[in-house]
Design a protein around this ligand. Structure first.
Ligand code: CS2
Length: 427
């Protein structure tokens, strides 16, 4: 039976890859990137309840695929050592956009990120994802444990190619002797992952208690829909995720663009509009007759940037139903976090494509204006660029300041006169 080493123990992983891996009959050792108590709690109980919240009522599943959890804050060594085990043949990663320490301008490591800077200086005692991965790959090579497949499962454009370049460029600095081994033994397939997973709440835990008769502090909830599309590029054996419903395809790009631009683009749009209008949940925004059309406009404008053979109308209809699911309480504030890491691929990239095609960018400009207005008003902004963003949007020339903001992907859009006019009109 093959095993997986997973980085990022958040609810999304536990509602998504953990389910596929369990249904494929394989197991996971998972790494909590920040919170050691989560790892301890998981090790202390036998799995956790996953509540699938369909409109007609909840269903409870027990997820036991994560057989052991590690805490990176207690040291990378025992985690890296697991990659020297030939039974582990895949690495999966959900550390969110900001967890990679990626310099979006170069595609290499971001030296202004403290964790990344630490790991470049101390490759044998890393604190972050890439440093720990490289330490583990070096041990795998030394142990002769065989090839391995490394899958980024975060919502970033070309996540496989992104991770490969970042890993290689970091290795070129810290472990140049490892590069040839990586090039012949490691693959980085692209993936598209999708399952709406709100943060767990008291209600989640109450449903779990009612259904199972016991308290489960680790219970999480998710929607019925789930999709995992994986590029067919494996270094060796992997868990039989296809038997569990994953789609293995030659090219993930069209699936990924459709999901990032239509689902996530609409999500970010409705999150900022929702917070500004005093709505708590996604479903509330969808029930607002003024905002609902704006959300759909972003989806359908994004669809104009996608390959013509995709069924974007059907996809949009399914998205609307998922957003409206009355059983899912997905907070706008949760989606509004880390906008600087999300908007480049969700809003700016499709808007740049629309501009290049001479098509209207009003819907996307409306989304960007909502983000700027949100940043101006918010008392607390959860975003790795929060300070820089706040200064930019409160300056005399916010769009000019965003066009120069270090670390913001696709910031060149703010130099485009059509975009400037459209965003200014909405502001
Ligand atoms: C959301 C995503 O929080 C967010 O930014 O847009 O987490 C979204 O729920 C997932 O990508 C759905 O698969």
């Amino acid at each position: 039976m093959t095993g997986v080493l997973h980085f990022g123990l958040g609810a999304f992983h536990r509602a998504h890859q953990a389910v596929y891996t369990q249904n494929a009959g394989a197991w996971i050792e998972a790494v909590s990137m920040r919170d050691p108590t989560l790892a301890d709690a998981l090790n202390a109980q036998d799995g956790f309840a996953l509540i699938v919240r369909a409109p007609e009522g909840p269903k409870v599943q027990r997820i036991t695929a994560i057989r052991r959890a590690h805490a990176l804050s207690r040291g990378a060594a025992p985690i890296a050592a697991r990659l020297a085990d030939p039974a582990i043949t895949a690495v999966t990663i959900t550390v969110t956009e900001k967890g990679y320490g990626l310099d979006r301008a170069t595609g290499g490591p971001d030296r202004s990120d403290p964790v990344t800077a630490h790991d470049l200086a101390h490759p044998d005692a890393p604190h972050g994802l890439i440093g720990t991965l490289l330490l583990g790959l070096a041990q795998r090579r030394d142990a002769g444990a065989g090839p391995i497949t490394v899958l980024s499962c975060d919502n970033m454009t070309a996540n496989g190619a992104m991770l490969k370049k970042l890993t290689r460029e970091t290795a070129a600095i810290t472990r140049p002797d490892l590069l040839p081994w990586i090039d012949t033994n490691v693959t980085f397939p692209g993936t598209m992952v999708d399952r709406i997973t709100p943060a767990a709440s008291d209600e989640t835990r109450a449903i779990a208690r009612d259904a199972t008769g016991r308290d489960d502090p680790l219970a999480i909830e998710t929607e019925p829909f789930s999709q995992w599309v994986i590029e067919d590029d494996f270094a060796g054996p992997i868990p039989d995720w296809a038997s569990a419903g994953a789609q293995i395809v030659p090219d993930v790009a069209p699936f990924e663009a459709m999901k990032l631009r239509m689902l996530n683009g609409a999500h970010s749009t409705l999150a900022y509009m929702g917070v500004l209008s005093g709505h708590t949940h996604v479903r509330d925004v969808m029930a607002d007759p003024d905002l609902r059309p704006k959300v759909i406009d972003v989806m359908m404008a994004a669809a104009q940037t996608l390959p013509a053979d995709l069924d974007t109308k059907g996809y949009a209809a399914d998205l609307i139903a998922r957003f409206e699911n009355p059983a899912i309480a997905h907070r706008c504030a949760q989606i509004a976090m880390d906008g600087s890491q999300k908007l480049p691929q969700r809003i700016f990239a499709p808007a740049l494509d629309l501009l290049a095609k001479g098509l209207a960018v009003t819907a996307h400009a409306d989304a960007a204006a909502s983000w700027i207005t949100y940043l101006r008003g918010a008392t607390e902004v959860s975003d790795p660029l929060a300070d820089r963003l706040r200064a930019a949007v409160r300056s005399d020339n916010p769009l000019g300041a965003l066009a120069r903001l270090d670390g913001l992907g696709h910031r060149e859009i703010f130099e485009d006169p059509t975009w400037q006019a459209a965003v200014t009109a909405r502001l």
